[in-house]
Write a protein that binds this ligand. Structure first.
Ligand SMILES: [Zn+2]
Length: 321
């Protein structure tokens, strides 16, 4: 993703001091999942991504390996129908890489008893830089979705709306060209949203929650200006109800995958921390490594999304249910 504003706001870990939190407003020892071990599994997955797989750029062996690994994990879970959504990418003229490149979005769908779909999304490709392992961007959100798949599994249809977990390919730009949301970035989400608009299936999506850069050990989410106002409110009040009211720390617009759905009238939100390291200096650099990410942050995000889900279903789902 890229900020629409070039001025990086100073770290502001202000907000209401949550009970039981330290002086940064970060609750320690957050746990996620009925066994309290969601963050441990997610962190182990992230370690595997960073240390065993490494760089995961679109159209490369690293991303193919990632996809195979994800499919093995998802294949062992109950109730998920996994599909690969392939599309063709042609990097714009002037890009170092030449097309066509095959992009692959990965989708896992768990059918529900109620009408409508809630999408929880992340990108799973990494920035094009030699040696860049993307622990935070976007390893963190990739593994949070995988752990959500474990926690939301079950036999038969789930009680509630259909859940679609979606890992977008090709979110990152092709260097040396700059970010452009319509021509050089967000290739997977753009392609899929366009196709879903054409075949009208996009109408089934009642809410889309995008996660991006959610693992920073010093976590602070933006109230992203382009996100749906009702979803923003819902997530802020959910965070507060978890005693984590300090989780949202600033406000600004961010260009990211969610906008392609947002402009097609899908209520969508981008949960993103865009202040990574001193002066945002770890972003898209080789500093984006496992040691900058914490299991505690993964827990804070995981439990937030888990707690928000029934609220989303209530507020955005079919009435009279
Ligand atoms: Zn990025």
């Amino acid at each position: 993703m890229l900020p629409l504003l070039l001025v990086v706001t100073a770290a502001s870990c202000g907000g209401t001091q949550a009970q039981g939190s330290n002086d940064q407003g970060d609750p320690k020892g957050a746990v996620w999942g009925s066994d309290g071990k969601g963050q441990e599994r997610a962190y182990a997955d992230l370690k595997y991504l960073c240390e065993e797989i490494g760089p995961r750029r679109i159209g490369t062996k690293g991303l193919e390996k990632t996809r195979d690994w994800m499919q093995v994990i998802l294949g062992e879970l109950k109730g998920w129908e996994v599909s690969l959504d392939k599309f063709e990418v042609n990097p714009p003229e002037g890009a170092r890489r030449k097309g066509p490149i095959e992009g692959v979005n990965v989708l896992a769908r768990r059918e529900g008893t109620k009408k409508g779909e809630v999408w929880i999304a992340s990108h799973y490709d990494t920035f094009d830089k030699p040696g860049f392992v993307g622990a935070n961007d976007a390893g963190s959100s990739t593994v949070v979705l995988l752990e959500l798949a474990r926690q939301l599994q079950g036999e038969g249809p789930r009680e509630g709306m259909t859940i679609v977990l979606c890992w977008f390919d090709g979110e990152e730009l092709f260097p040396p060209l700059l970010w452009d949301n319509d021509t050089n970035s967000t290739f997977g989400s753009r392609d899929l949203a366009e196709r879903m608009e054409k075949d009208k299936t996009i109408k089934n999506i009642k809410a889309l929650v995008l996660l991006d850069m959610v693992g920073d050990a010093k976590l602070g989410l933006l109230k992203e200006s382009g996100s749906d106002a009702r979803l923003k409110q819902l997530f802020e009040s959910t965070a507060a109800s978890l005693g984590d009211g300090g989780l949202f720390v600033g406000q600004r617009p961010i260009n990211d995958d969610h906008l392609h759905f947002r402009k097609r009238m899908v209520p969508a939100i981008d949960l993103i921390d865009f202040n990574f390291g001193p002066g945002h200096s770890y972003w898209h650099t080789k500093e984006d490594t496992l040691d900058k990410v914490s299991a505690n942050s993964l827990a804070r995000i995981g439990r937030l999304v888990t707690a928000a889900l029934p609220r989303i279903e209530k507020e955005f789902g079919p009435k009279g249910n």
